[in-house]
Design a protein around this ligand. Sequence first.
Ligand SMILES: *[C@@H]1O[C@H](CO)[C@@H](O)[C@H](O)[C@H]1NC(C)=O
Ligand SMILES: *[C@@H]1O[C@H](CO)[C@@H](O)[C@H](O)[C@H]1NC(C)=O
Ligand SMILES: *[C@@H]1O[C@H](CO)[C@@H](O)[C@H](O)[C@H]1NC(C)=O
Ligand SMILES: *[C@@H]1O[C@H](CO)[C@@H](O)[C@H](O)[C@H]1NC(C)=O
Ligand SMILES: *[C@@H]1O[C@H](CO)[C@@H](O)[C@H](O)[C@H]1NC(C)=O
Ligand SMILES: *[C@@H]1O[C@H](CO)[C@@H](O)[C@H](O)[C@H]1NC(C)=O
Ligand SMILES: *[C@@H]1O[C@H](CO)[C@@H](O)[C@H](O)[C@H]1NC(C)=O
Ligand SMILES: *[C@@H]1O[C@H](CO)[C@@H](O)[C@H](O)[C@H]1NC(C)=O
Ligand SMILES: CC(=O)N[C@H]1CO[C@H](CO)[C@@H](O)[C@@H]1O
Length: 688
Amino acid sequence: MQSSKNYGSQRRSCVPTDPKKRRWVFWGIPGAIIIVAAVVVAAVVVVSKNHQNATKSTTSADAGDSGSSASGSASAGSASASTTSSAVTGVDNSTYYGVASSGGDGSTVTTDLNATFVYKNSFGGTWAQDPSNPYNVSGQAQSWSPSLLETWTWGQDIVRGVNLGGWLVTEPFIVPGLYEQYQNTNPSAVDEYTLCMAMGDNLATAMEDHYKTFITEEDFALIASAGLNWVRIPLGYWAIETHDGEPYLAKVSWNYFVKAIGWARKYGIRILLDFHALPGSQNGWNHSGKAGVINWMYGVMGISNAQRQLEQIRSLTEFISQEGIKEVVPMMSLVNEVEVSIVGLEVLQAFYYQAYELIRGISGFGAGNGPIIALHAGFLDIAVWNGFLSGADRIALDQHPYLAFSMSSSINQGLLTSDEHQAKTACSWGGGTNDSQSSFGIIVGGEWSNAINDCGKWLDGVGSTPQYETVLTNTSCTEWEEWMDWSSDTKAGVLSYALSNMDALQNWFFWTWHIGNSTELGYAPSPFWHYRLGWEQGWMPADPRVAGGYCGSVMSVGGDQFSGTFPASATGAVASPTISPDQISNHSVWPPTSLGPSFTSAQIALFPTFTQTGSPLTLAAAAHPTDATAVGAGWVDSADTTGAWTSVAGCSYPDAYNATAVSLVPTAVCTGGAARRAVAGPTPAPRV
Ligand SMILES: *[C@@H]1O[C@H](CO)[C@@H](O)[C@H](O)[C@H]1NC(C)=O
Ligand SMILES: *[C@@H]1O[C@H](CO)[C@@H](O)[C@H](O)[C@H]1NC(C)=O
Ligand SMILES: *[C@@H]1O[C@H](CO)[C@@H](O)[C@H](O)[C@H]1NC(C)=O
Ligand SMILES: *[C@@H]1O[C@H](CO)[C@@H](O)[C@H](O)[C@H]1NC(C)=O
Ligand SMILES: *[C@@H]1O[C@H](CO)[C@@H](O)[C@H](O)[C@H]1NC(C)=O
Ligand SMILES: *[C@@H]1O[C@H](CO)[C@@H](O)[C@H](O)[C@H]1NC(C)=O
Ligand SMILES: *[C@@H]1O[C@H](CO)[C@@H](O)[C@H](O)[C@H]1NC(C)=O
Ligand SMILES: *[C@@H]1O[C@H](CO)[C@@H](O)[C@H](O)[C@H]1NC(C)=O
Ligand SMILES: CC(=O)N[C@H]1CO[C@H](CO)[C@@H](O)[C@@H]1O
């Protein structure tokens, strides 16, 4: 995540410069209004019930309370654990496959690690599994959320989601305990790239231990219990492949993504697959894998890094468009948070068009055929995107509004003065969201948080001191980090801000579900970013539906109404969609002839590129207890046999992460001795 404004200063790893932390804090008793306080009280009551032998919820009118364990399945129990069938080749023997079973509130779940817990869901949610037919069962997160076997109706069904940040792409502020261990190493860990180097010989064990423990099956059950129905899962490209010299742990995170698909299905939760960390880095921030310089669609390796990513998008699309998986992963976001101010809007749009043609060439058109394609808005006003690829099949916009990073205004100084200005600010995002839903299509708030300032250990990067303490006068982050001491007024204020975001963004994913403990501090020091904690402690709603209408009724902020009707092509209602020819001519020049300010088009034509002579990479499916091939070959479109983008044999390439110097431009195109098409100028789009 990153701020929508004034984020330029955060691209550097900050060195602490303010040794004496000042303690005086700005805000007194906030003027939280009585309705808000009442909501908090209700929330606290419900949450504590949920967590102690819940019987019923006070917020859920239609809470189901089946209390039954295994559903009608007669085989439940009798089939017993023998279905674990460790003899089948290809089976992941560490997974406990269980028996066909399902249940609702109060039932006992056996996890894929053969642990048990009691499922609590006061909203009528159910879980379901069938190891012999794993792709054809589904839980239902809540009575009001369609199960994965039912249709999701955009404009009626509301995405109430959380990110699983810090899991398959680590971040120092999300898993401070993991990074703290590697501060006296060489190098010290500031991003996943250096974390992997610091882990050294221990990498495979240490990283997989993190994957195993930071998010587990039980989290998916809790997410459903919290009234949430989607997760956004950030993935790094190393889940698919790495090149020599890249320190990341290759391919292991993919196995956990596949586990997540299984868990999501079991509890009836949908997944937005978020391509978060790209070859070369798309924004130079730590959460892109490597902090520092941008080399994606920028610099001498900019095109080849993007070609490599297109190949990875191809493998992902082939996988998630398969029958039985496309229902669980109905949306994919292509590029998280490109730094548009550096990469350039036109360049990003050219990439988006290439990726669109590639994906729809595999998935085909129309609702249900492959993922909705989410495009991050590049920190620009989403209205800028009106008309982009108009007529395209199921493209959505992803906006990430944060207040946290620009300490320029009084808005960040205290929480909720009597005019509730932070909450009103969040509510003000609703009008543009409504407008763009009518004109563009599906808009998701793929990231937002409760942060009204940048307090939280390492929120601005390892070793950083919050601007809240360096820019504002007489401020200390302690109050904001030590959530154990938060008053009910503080909780009410945070809740009000949360509800405002939820209502304004309408289809949303909080960043993030879980913040790990700092080992040094002994608690999770970025509480503004920790949904699960807020849900347990009463500053997130027990039932997120209470956010509906909050901006208008409580904050008195309203504006343009969304009619509920998206453009037809935006939701896949057009069988043979066509993109406006103007848009195609505007965005189909590939590679772009202009990439940042430093290079001429003649130089760009000499940039080293890849060639389509490699073997496509098929991603591994989940193991299956009885038949390892029953779950799809991992490649939905057997007609898609084009060679994979790969380096040209005999050519050398500069460091994919350090190639922005003009001196690195080759003097001639390297063909490796083989005849090869020149790369400059318009080329046909990839497969259509
Ligand atoms: C699972 O265990 C069986 C024997 O117990 C073995 O033959 C098989 O190779 C194992 N599978 C994997 C993926 O480890
Ligand atoms: C699962 O756990 C139960 C209870 O702890 C145990 O009896 C059973 O043997 C385990 N099954 C497997 C396959 O590990
Ligand atoms: C699911 O079950 C239905 C009905 O039995 C069947 O038509 C369908 O092909 C199955 N789908 C998968 C992915 O197994
Ligand atoms: C900041 O705090 C110091 C010491 O507590 C105090 O003397 C000073 O007046 C404060 N400054 C402002 C601008 O409040
Ligand atoms: C994290 O810290 C909290 C105290 O704030 C403690 O209750 C919890 O057990 C810790 N979690 C882990 C995984 O150590
Ligand atoms: C957006 O539209 C919805 C109706 O779909 C309405 O409830 C809401 O108040 C609108 N928000 C704003 C800020 O206009
Ligand atoms: C696309 O249109 C914009 C605005 O009309 C124009 O500035 C830009 O040069 C065009 N880009 C291409 C690649 O044609
Ligand atoms: C990046 O490459 C330049 C040469 O182009 C070199 O001087 C510099 O040390 C490299 N930086 C890193 C971090 O490798
Ligand atoms: C140096 C760096 O990239 N820092 C970023 C690390 O990630 C946090 C959270 O997204 C950002 O706030 C920092 O700017």
